[in-house]
Design a binder for this molecule. Structure first.
Ligand code: COA
Length: 286
């Protein structure tokens, strides 16, 4: 896929990190049908790209994403059922299906406005780092509409019920610091440090065993909807699956390093992966 041909999305891959940004800054990165179609292709491509170990989702300019494009996604499609259906499918496919099950860690780097529909991809990412100055809002109520298209579901699942109700019924805006306080994002940092902090986390994740990371994220997402008995059985099956699929044999390596070679204390960092041997030597003190 030639990323340079994309009109609504920018992709740059460096040091194992895929930097993906919505690229409609003049419309505050509001999501048009064409942006949805492009993102479906981009995520499918990056999922299988062996040069990519972590994905960062951001926005060009001073906005992360101002939600659905009110004109192109809503009003222009009102009388076009076929186009509306295809746009809705793509919209759901990349923001939820492909992103939440992306086989590598994903980080939302929230550089600015995050409104309405943008909450879906925010929750679909494994991590979210926001600028203190970023502005969040469940503004649907101000349009006379519901936080639909999965927004209502992700906020109830991901926030406290009180916060989900408060912010969706008032439409009140809040900044990155508040987003961190209510655990909508993992962390909030001054805008000037946003990229550096995101890169640090991405590099840390890129050092870890990819199969282990993949299994952890798949498992945590799915056990939320299971009973205790189902979760216990499922996690055991995933553990066995991981040992079967892990070509780096991380579990065996870690045990050898801890029990026999005495070169490793797990409390201090990741086990020494083959390509990274020595990078995580046990430290004298934590
Ligand atoms: N859909 C369509 N166009 C949008 C948009 C959206 N969700 N958000 C911004 N735009 C467009 C504006 O119409 C404007 O287009 P124009 O230059 O052709 O007039 C352009 O982006 C810049 O927006 P503007 O409002 O001038 O920028 P701002 O920096 O002053 O304000 C926002 C930014 C995001 C606060 C403001 O645009 C806004 O409230 N957008 C709607 C956000 C929203 O409620 N989204 C959820 C929808 S359910």
């Amino acid at each position: 896929m030639n990323f340079n041909e994309l009109k609504n999305v920018k992709v740059r891959i460096a040091d194992g990190i895929a930097w993906v940004s919505l690229n409609r800054p003049e419309k505050r990165n509001a999501m048009s049908p064409d942006l949805h179609f492009e993102m479906v292709d981009v995520l499918k491509e990056l999922a299988e790209d062996t040069a990519v170990r972590v994905l960062v989702l951001s926005g060009e300019g001073d906005s992360w994403c101002a939600g659905q494009d009110i004109k192109l996604f809503f009003r222009d499609l009102d009388d076009k059922p076929r186009e509306r259906h295809l746009a809705r499918l793509a919209n759901h496919e990349w923001r939820w299906t492909l992103l939440s099950s992306f086989p590598k860690p994903t980080i939302a780097m929230v550089n600015g406005y995050c409104f309405g529909g943008a909450f879906v991809q925010l929750f679909a990412c494994d991590f979210a780092i926001a600028a203190d100055e970023a502005l969040f809002g469940l503004s649907e109520v101000n349009w006379g509409i519901l936080p639909g298209g999965l927004v209502g579901k992700v906020i109830v699942d991901g926030l406290s019920y009180r916060d989900a109700v408060y912010y969706s019924m008032t439409g009140e805006q809040f900044n990155g610091k508040k987003a961190s306080e209510i655990r909508l994002v993992t962390q909030s940092v001054p805008a000037a440090e946003l990229r550096e902090k995101t890169e640090l986390l991405a590099h840390e994740l890129a050092k870890k065993n990819p199969q282990t990371l993949r299994t952890i994220k798949e498992s945590l997402r799915l056990v939320r909807g299971m009973s205790v008995d189902q979760a216990a059985d499922y996690l055991l099956a995933k553990e066995r699956e991981m040992r079967f699929l892990d070509t780096e044999r991380g579990r065996e390596q870690a045990m050898t390093q801890f029990l026999d070679e005495k070169t490793y204390r797990p409390g201090y960092g990741a086990y020494q992966r083959n390509e990274d041997a020595g990078a995580n030597q046990p430290k004298e003190s934590s």
